[in-house]
Ligand binder design. Structure first.
Ligand code: ATP
Length: 375
């Protein structure tokens, strides 16, 4: 089933209108704002596998309520997309949707970004700024990678959720808040709670409704429809004509374990369209890693992974089979992408694994389009 329901709201980028936005494939970027907000994109969504159909109907049930939602699932399973969907189907659809990656900022910065600050609250606070909680008023605040929130801030977040008010850094005046929280994590929070790394009371407050997103390998009925969907999206973007999937390519897609889930499938299809030299996508056009990610349930959440020697070997073999002109750039980019997925999209772990600074990792990931500069 291709859902044509609006996946986003456009209120922050359009004038006062009380009608729901029409579905569109336009990429829209939020205007500069004192708070971080991601660009928003309305896309068709694929929910074909029975597991996804069940997820969609659960989501429609819970969306209209005001309950906080906790989304769990491996990286790339569509947590942010589902969060946008819940928002679009909620009574808050006309308010802002603000996505915040709690793991992307230093502890000192997250606090002022989330809760805001007054002028002079700390060195460099030249003017007062509202935080994400205030900016999301009337809408939804999506707290991604909530498991990365430092304990000190977990205490503060819990208080904000209980009191329904926020106090900016450097101020004593409480400001009432009106947001629905959707949090997401790719680690098992129950285990972080047991290990004393995540507060149990906050876990229950955030997870009034818990939605587990199945890994792509556990919903095989979605693989080919998603591949067709991404083929259509990227064909249109690249201005290409119809490029069908060869049956061997379909078999290869169905056999792959998809450790990077839907994002990995999207990248594989995009890449295949770029390198395909025939009128169809052949199996050899699909560059799939042999990477198998450590299970989030068994792998410790905060330990750096070991170098993925098998993966690197596979990457090099693939490149040397068909060496492109810009070989060294391609090797660097591919190693970085693979290491980043291996580290479950954790920039600090990727930096540690590759022995480069986190800033260097971040700017390269932005340059090659893996992450959004605004996040
Ligand atoms: N059901 C779907 N139909 C079509 N595209 C999808 C679907 N689910 C996810 N995608 C696409 O897959 C990509 C990854 O999805 P998303 O960013 O929501 O995953 P995520 O679980 O939030 O990832 P992470 O844990 O790394 O933050 C996005 O480009 C998204 O648009």
């Amino acid at each position: 089933m291709i859902s044509r329901e609006p996946a986003v709201n456009f209120d922050r980028v359009r004038s006062d209108s009380d009608t729901r936005p029409a579905q569109t494939d336009t990429l829209i970027t939020l205007p500069d704002s004192p708070v971080r907000a991601t660009s928003i994109r309305a896309t068709a969504q694929v929910f074909e596998d029975p597991k996804s159909v069940a997820l969609l109907s659960r989501l429609r049930q819970i969306a209209p309520s005001e309950a906080n939602v906790l989304l769990t699932g491996e990286t790339g399973t569509g947590k942010e997309l589902i969060a946008r969907h819940v928002h679009a189907l909620s009574r808050r659809w006309h308010g802002p949707f603000i996505a915040v990656n709690c793991g992307a900022f230093a502890e000192s910065l997250v606090e002022s970004e989330l809760f805001g600050h007054e002028k002079g609250a700390f060195t460099g606070a030249f003017s007062a700024r509202p935080g994400w909680f205030e900016a999301a008023a009337g809408g939804t605040l999506f707290l991604d990678e909530i498991g990365d929130l430092p304990l000190k801030l977990q205490v503060k977040l819990l208080r904000v959720l209980q009191e329904r008010e926020v106090v900016r850094l450097g101020s004593r005046k409480p400001v009432p808040i009106d947001v629905r929280i959707i949090a997401a994590t790719h680690v098992r929070l129950e285990e972080a709670v047991a290990a004393g790394k995540f507060r149990e009371d906050l876990f229950y407050r955030l997870g009034v409704v818990v939605l587990g997103l199945p890994a792509l390998r556990d919903r095989p009925g979605d693989i080919l429809p998603l591949a067709q969907h991404f083929l259509a999206v990227y064909r249109q973007r690249l201005g290409q004509g119809n490029v069908p999937l060869h049956p061997d390519a379909e078999r290869k897609l169905l056999r792959h374990p998809w450790p990077g889930n839907i994002r990995e499938l999207e990248n594989a299809i995009h890449h295949a369209l770029l390198v395909s030299e025939s009128h169809q996508i052949r199996a050899e056009d699909l560059q799939l890693s042999s990477l198998s990610l450590p299970d989030a349930a068994t792998g410790p959440a905060d330990s750096a992974p070991q170098p993925a020697e098998d993966t690197l070997r596979q990457v090099l073999l693939t490149l040397f089979e068909r060496p492109p002109a810009d070989l060294f750039d391609r090797i660097e980019d591919t190693v970085l992408r693979t290491a980043y997925e291996h580290c479950r999209r954790n920039q600090v772990h990727t930096a540690r694994l590759l022995g480069i600074s986190r800033n260097a990792i971040r700017s390269r990931l932005i340059r090659i389009g893996v992450i959004d500069a605004r996040r």
